[in-house]
Design a protein around this ligand. Sequence first.
Ligand code: FAD
Length: 471
Amino acid sequence: ADQGVKDVVIIGGGPGGYVSAIKAAQLGLKVACVEGRGALGGTCLNVGCIPSKALLQSSHMYAEAKHAFKKHGVLVDGLAVDVAAMQQQKAAAVDGLTKGIEGLFKKNKVEYIRGWAKIKSATEVEVSTSSGSTTMVSTKNVIIATGSEVTPLPGVPVDERRIVSSTGALSLEQVPGSMVVIGGGYIGLELGSVWARLGAEVTVVEFLDHIVPTMDGEVRRAFQRSLQKQGLKFKLSTKVASAEADGAGVRLELQPSKGNGDSETMTADVVLVSTGRRPFTKGLNLEGVGVSTDPRGSIVVDEHFQTTTPGIYAIGDVIPGPMLAHKAEEDGVACVELLAGRSGHVNYNTVPSIVYTWPEVASVGKTEEQVKAEGINYKVGKFAFMANSRARSVDDTEGLVKFISDAASDKILGAHIMGPNAGELIAECVLAMEYGASTEDIARTCHGHPTLSEAVKEAAIATAFGKAIHS
Ligand code: FAD
């Protein structure tokens, strides 16, 4: 290892940490990235975004083969699921990508230090390796990018076999007969979808009276109906008081989330706890170096990502804001740009969020409920994929595109898409918002035909001019 003083030591090799390490090196800084888990890529690559998308794809292909192939004239005999092979393809994708980051580190001259970091001061980081030795790394700055972990749910002890977190749900060796998903956020719905498609009887238990609370209400209701059609069951306004694994499976005790209605019991082969994540700062010695956290455990930072201790910065899931990989990356890039004496900025109004179920749901900016609550004078335009020629030709017509724009200026305030490839389609809306565009700007932009993106254009036409062409 290089013994010289670093410009910056980054703690954590997730999307926040590894991207800022590469960017810092590209900006000419001398940088080391410390990661304890034995592989780069953090939660996202190892037990989050990437493995979940691999299993979503495998299970989607199976569901298509089962439900859609015949109509397209593709006949398959003896259709079956090989979970081991699915897990193998998932593991290969994860392994290839984590090794890829190691390659990028070498190429960009980022020093990769394997081990767990403890901050001794703003200029000294102690790293304990798995072999038990410790080394001290001297640096001018420290960036904390230690991410998040599953928040435990009282009364529901995770064993990662029958009562699982998202990590266990990504590694099941067989399709459970029944599964209860506690928490109707995007992680629960994605992983619930995976196992439901493969044959599990899935029930989502949600404390609130609706799923994914951050979603536009109209889109959310359509989304829930779609998931119900696919066989997912929902128990809303319900809380899980306890869950206990015994020989046969898991016994759960459910109660209405409000009032003192009767409790009921339920059994399931597997229970997935997906009620949220919390910042992970264990072992960093934050108190010792004067780095403050808020009541939720997030590290407090100023607009330049500096913590309450000069020279120590924090980015990604460990600071406030949406816990998303691309948000962590944006934080990281802006943080090192500032460290390198340049300008760095993140526009948190244009961070997209995507649910990778089928149909996908993607959004950016404000929901209709939000603009209403803020008293903004707004207009709405929509377009259904049912009227989009590409969606019709491939027979994938569920969902809609919805724009919300300022009534006077037509500036886009929010875009919400439920439909095929919504996660890719939202990028155009994000770019438009980043450029301060109006829906008329999108309406007057030529879109290729026949593409799903024409549904975005049509929804923009509906917003700008009151009427779409094809509806
Ligand atoms: P992390 O990725 O959590 O990385 C932090 C790293 O720091 C870890 O590898 C950890 O080992 C290391 N570390 C911690 N402490 C120390 C220490 N003291 N010393 C050394 N190393 C340390 N986001 C999306 O945008 N899209 C998705 O589709 C998506 N899907 C998800 C699916 C699941 C099932 C889960 C759980 C999450 C998903 N996320 C998704 C969220 C995403 O994974 C996180 O937002 C993202 O990983 C945060 O990046 P980060 O760099 O802040 O932290």
